[in-house]
Write a protein that binds this ligand. Structure first.
Ligand code: PLP
Length: 229
């Protein structure tokens, strides 16, 4: 195995070990957590390397890059693509074609554009903005219920739960506690939508402690991004 491959395998082992430790510390079963490895800015060879060590869930935040990688790795059976970035409604149908899940449902027009009467249903997470800055993406907590109702009424979408990114300033744990309360509000409308997509390289332990079910981890596994823009 070339050294970069064994390094990758080592980082995967290390991070999964830390995830298991955080789950145990929170009295949770690590098997209940889905870890999505965010491969943005990395070439498809990295996706293949991850697949070789057993990763089946990968994430991207830009449509063009995601589409290209999904195409060039289409031979990898059982690989699931999670779209985690801000999404333009006009790209929605194209994203549907390769993605298994969209973690960034944040407005009515996007939900409408993603709906479909045909094909397999697409998993969706409502992204909630935990800051006062509208540019950060996500629905305002005040608008959560109306967006959830729209998703529940849209064919071809299966609501899985909530998603958020912890604010840059402040305690991630407090932000994830807040997200958990928002998750309770969503579950009051659809008891099956009990997923919580939260936790990145530097805050996944806090997210796990507050009930995260889907972790989105980039650099801790992939190493530094080649040309972060
Ligand atoms: C890039 C990205 C991640 C992963 O971030 P790391 O800090 O590299 O773990 C998670 N979620 C979203 C929405 C991202 O864009």
């Amino acid at each position: 195995m070339p050294s970069s491959e064994s390094e990758l395998a080592g980082r995967v082992d290390d991070v999964f070990g830390r995830i298991a430790d955080a789950a145990t510390a929170a009295d949770r079963d690590p098997a209940d957590l889905t870890t999505i490895v965010v491969t943005k800015f990395h070439p498809d060879t990295l996706v293949r390397g991850l697949y070789a060590v057993g990763i089946r869930d990968v994430g991207e935040n830009r449509h063009q890059e995601a589409q290209a990688k999904a195409r060039s790795t289409a031979d990898l059976e059982g690989l699931r693509w999670h779209f985690v970035g801000q999404l333009q409604s006009k790209k929605a149908r194209q994203v549907r074609a390769y993605a298994n899940a969209v973690h960034s449902l944040d407005r009515l027009s996007l939900v409408d554009a993603l709906g479909s009467d045909e094909g397999e249903s697409l998993d969706g997470f409502v992204q909630v903005n935990l800051t006062d800055d509208p540019a950060r993406g996500g629905v305002r907590p005040a608008d959560l219920e109306s967006l959830v109702e729209r998703i529940l009424g849209t064919p071809g979408l299966r609501l899985r739960g909530v998603m958020a990114v912890a604010p840059l300033d402040g305690e991630p744990r407090a932000a994830f506690a807040r997200l958990r309360e928002l998750s309770d509000r969503v579950r009051a409308l659809d008891s099956g939508a009990d997923g919580i997509s939260a936790g990145m390289s530097h805050d996944f332990a806090d997210a796990i402690a507050e009930g995260a079910t889907h972790l989105r981890i980039g650099t801790a596994i992939t190493g530094n991004r080649p040309d972060a823009r």
